[in-house]
Design a protein around this ligand. Structure first.
Ligand code: SAM
Length: 232
């Protein structure tokens, strides 16, 4: 049963979906998330969008197996073009991809966002790219969650329409997450600092081109910014 097997990562995404929402899960792969939302009775209708044939077939198979073909429409489409006006979708979920890909899906599908009131994203990396996209496109972050599963750390961002402005720290770390500073948040950024030091070491002996200088400066300033937040 899908309800017992769903990862905590996708359960966290599901927890931000409103009761009775009409959801389009983009990049749905096995359609686990829409199946879970239907099976738990949180929603009655969903679209599962997939751009690749293999994951699309898996989604179709699972929806059929769970007996949800009347409630979940699986579509082979690029990004938000899986959504049709007549679907009356109000909530979009995009999980398990990099922040840059998620932001590009939102950017390319902007014309599909008129009826959408909530976007829930779970970027594996680079959530800052999504926060920047939100600021430039009239969306604000209304909640954030950070969690650890199988030694991986994930962020879940929920956005609604509205003006927003975030400083450099909030864009990188998350406006809610950097206030909360949970244990997992601290672990994530301590890991990042180790990784950034590795990057610095790897380019230490590189020829001092403009690009290398710029990269060193950027990495050092990120380390300083994060250290400052973690110190308080
Ligand atoms: N959302 C699921 C999860 O979180 O477990 C699946 C994540 S899987 C790593 C990413 C999925 O997104 C893949 O199945 C891929 O084919 C799909 N995908 C990537 N770009 C897409 C796009 N532009 N439109 C729709 N699906 C896309």
């Amino acid at each position: 049963m899908i309800t017992e097997r769903l990862s905590n990562r996708l359960k966290a995404v599901a927890s931000f979906v409103g009761e009775g929402a009409v959801v389009a899960d983009i990049g749905s792969d096995h359609a686990y998330l829409p199946c879970y939302l239907l099976k738990t009775g949180k929603i009655n209708r969903a679209i599962a969008g997939e751009v690749a044939n293999g994951p699309y077939d898996s989604a179709m198979k699972n929806v059929l197996k769970e007996g949800l073909s009347d409630s979940i429409t699986v579509r082979l489409a690029d990004g938000l073009f899986a959504i049709k006006e007549t679907d009356l979708v109000d909530t979009i979920t995009i999980a398990g991809m990099g922040g840059t890909l998620i932001a590009s899906i939102l950017e390319n599908g902007k014309t599909q966002l008129d009826s959408i009131t909530r976007i829930i994203v779970q970027p594996n990396i680079q959530s800052s790219v999504i926060r920047k996209w939100a600021v430039f496109n009239g969306w604000k972050i209304v909640s954030e969650q950070i969690l650890k599963e199988d030694d991986k750390i994930y962020e879940v961002l929920t956005m609604e329409k509205g003006l927003s402005s975030y400083d450099e720290t909030e864009i990188l770390l998350g406006p809610f997450l950097c206030l909360e500073k949970s244990v997992v948040f601290r672990e994530k950024w301590e890991r990042e600092i180790v990784e950034w030091h590795r990057v610095l070491l790897s380019i230490e002996d590189a020829e001092e081109t403009d690009l290398v200088r710029k990269k060193k400066k950027q990495v050092k300033s990120q380390i300083e910014l994060v250290r400052k937040v973690l110190a308080t």
